[in-house]
Design a protein around this ligand. Structure first.
Ligand SMILES: Cc1cc2nc3c(=O)[nH]c(=O)nc-3n(C[C@H](O)[C@H](O)[C@H](O)COP(=O)(O)O)c2cc1C
Length: 107
């Protein structure tokens, strides 16, 4: 436990942006996960990458064939960040969002 706390302190020294990756094009398929492993890769072709932990429960609900939206969070969206890093069953409860042209939710 002490090692885990130490690791958290070390990791927190590295500042990153925080995103919520969303995908799924129908209500029963919606996926959302707080992710700071997002980074830009190239402009031409336009590419980015992010990592989802192999052991994460929510990886099972990521829809490989669905488009993806990257929601770049501001400081005022810390609650949203915590919600989408928390209990998988309650992530979308009480959250307001819109649907993008690609049919995937965005904040
Ligand atoms: C600020 C922040 C950044 C995170 N970045 C990532 C990430 O890049 N990749 C990832 O798989 N999980 C990341 N997580 C963890 C997930 O949001 C989530 O907590 C985790 O998937 C829950 O595990 P579970 O699906 O096994 O319940 C991050 C959490 C926080 C709070």
């Amino acid at each position: 436990m002490k090692n885990k706390q130490n690791l958290t302190s070390v990791f927190s020294l590295f500042s990153t942006g925080v995103t919520i990756i969303t995908n799924g094009t129908s209500k029963k398929e919606y996926f959302g996960c707080t992710v700071n492993s997002f980074t830009s890769l190239s402009l031409d072709p336009p590419q980015f990458l992010f990592c989802l932990g192999n052991e994460n429960e929510n990886l099972k609900s990521f829809k490989i064939k669905s488009p993806v939206n990257v929601n770049i969070l501001s400081k005022s969206q810390e609650n949203l960040s915590n919600k989408f890093a928390g209990d998988l069953l309650n992530r979308w409860d009480g959250v307001s969002f819109s649907i993008a042209k690609n049919k995937v939710p965005f904040f």
